[in-house]
Design a protein around this ligand. Structure first.
Ligand code: SF4
Ligand code: SF4
Length: 420
């Protein structure tokens, strides 16, 4: 197999990539307009690290052309090095559904790869912890104890970086401490996996700014993690199961569904594509997805107006799954301009290198992308940098700490709360 284009449709039934049809792959007309927007292509200049190259490699998987272990390894490397940032989707004039191609390809390469100790640990976390909120919270409590114990100071180098990137696990979880006000327009809220146990303060800030527009958060009881990490890391069956559970949970009330995590919001808007067209679940997923709003989208719709202007300079870092996954770029800026004395742009449009768990799986490349972002923040001389995704927030905090910069990374909800 080589990296030349495969021009014709296979016409074969495809048992290995069930979400994909020939049509989706053949939409790519190989124009290359996506290439300059792709961080991994810009890093290596190699076709196999570009969206167009990865689409062709997915075609090879689709047509069952991978002949030996070396080819499987090469294709796995090319697919696994993709950030899933979706910058190529924004750039593509043909409307190629790269997200579905990427998720299908990840799922297949993962099933072909040899198991290692690291991949077995990941399997356990993805299959046994994330889909089960009770187990996930138990694990978070253990991590909270470990983080506070002297053990955390004596970790081997391989674990130290992961710990530096990890959030500080909280002693109080949002879903166990939040008490909804009896009045106000109800909006359903996804408390999520990591944010629920490690960033409850951001959720409380979100509740405060929502209150300012007359809305009160309600938490559907049977909700679970959105499944984005699963879909983007080859665990499509688990992603579908989690989507199905959330669809049921968020059907409890016909109200707006507001999310403050760009990745989770993009995933819930993407739920319909996980199910067969015309199926009852697809229709239910469509109806839920239509009600999903990012916090910034909802606040602009409801004409959020801060109480005062914060006298500070703030930069805004676009989260890929807000900018490219949900096409939301103007709303956070509009809100920040209303709340801060000065809002500055970062001269660094690409992904920060967080990308779910990419920063753990590909630390070398992740650090290269992060360095570009941190340099842009340094040049902005901003007091704060705001973003709307927990992964980006942790990545920026880690990068700023390592670089010794004083700029503080905060969530958009926290920035707006400062002005209320
Ligand atoms: S998702 Fe991002 S990293 Fe992956 S091919 Fe598209 S632009 Fe490149
Ligand atoms: S811009 Fe779209 S059509 Fe052109 S090469 Fe990239 S994915 Fe294919």
């Amino acid at each position: 197999m080589n990296e030349t284009f495969i021009a014709t449709a296979s016409g074969k039934a495809n048992p290995v990539l069930p979400l994909l049809s020939d049509d989706v792959l053949l939409n790519c007309m190989h124009c290359g307009l996506c290439l300059p927007t792709c961080p991994t292509y810009n890093l290596t200049n190699l076709e196999r690290h570009s969206p167009r190259g990865r689409i062709q490699l997915t075609r090879a998987i689709f047509e069952n052309q991978l002949d030996d272990a070396k080819e499987i390894q090469d294709v796995s490397e090319a697919i696994n090095s993709c950030l899933g940032c979706l910058a190529c989707v924004t750039a593509c004039p043909a409307g190629v559904d790269y997200e579905t191609i990427f998720e299908s390809a990840k799922s297949r390469v993962q099933s072909l790869e040899k198991k290692t100790l690291a991949s077995l640990v990941r399997d356990v976390a993805m299959k046994e912890l994330f889909p089960n909120p009770a187990r996930f919270k138990a694990a978070a409590r253990v991590l909270n104890l470990l983080q506070r114990s002297p053990l955390s100071n004596n970790l081997p180098a391989s674990l130290k970086r992961a710990c530096d990137l990890a959030p500080e696990f909280s002693e109080r979880f949002f879903d166990e401490t939040y008490k909804p006000a009896p009045d106000g327009e109800p909006v359903l809220f996804l408390s999520g996996c990591i944010m629920n146990v490690a960033m409850p303060d951001i959720h409380f800030d979100t509740a405060t700014v929502l209150k300012k527009v007359g809305a009160t958060i309600r938490l559907p009881k049977t909700q679970t993690c959105c499944g984005a990490l699963h879909a983007h890391n080859g665990y499509l069956d688990e992603a579908k199961q989690m989507a199905e559970r959330n669809i049921g949970a968020f059907e409890e009330l016909d109200a707006p569904i507001v999310l403050n995590s760009a990745g989770c919001g993009a995933m819930m808007k993407h739920y319909p594509k996980l199910f067969e067209e015309g199926s009852p679940l697809r229709r239910r997923a469509e109806s839920v997805a239509k009600r999903v709003r990012d916090l910034s989208e909802f606040l602009v719709e409801r004409k959020f107006s801060p109480t005062r202007k914060v006298k500070a300079k703030i930069a805004y870092q676009d989260a890929c799954h807000l900018e490219h996954g949900q096409k939301i770029k103007a709303e956070p800026r509009t809100l920040l301009r209303s709340a801060f004395a000065e809002v500055v742009e970062l001269n660094s449009p690409e992904c920060c290198g967080s990308a779910g768990i990419y920063n753990l799986l590909r630390p070398d490349w992740s650090e290269r992308f992060l360095a570009l972002k941190i340099e842009a923040i340094r040049k902005s001389n901003a007091d704060y940098v705001a973003t709307a995704n927990p992964g980006c927030l942790l990545q920026l905090r880690y990068g700023l700490r390592e670089a010794g910069l004083k700029t503080k990374a905060i969530h958009l909800a926290t920035a707006l709360k400062m002005a209320t």
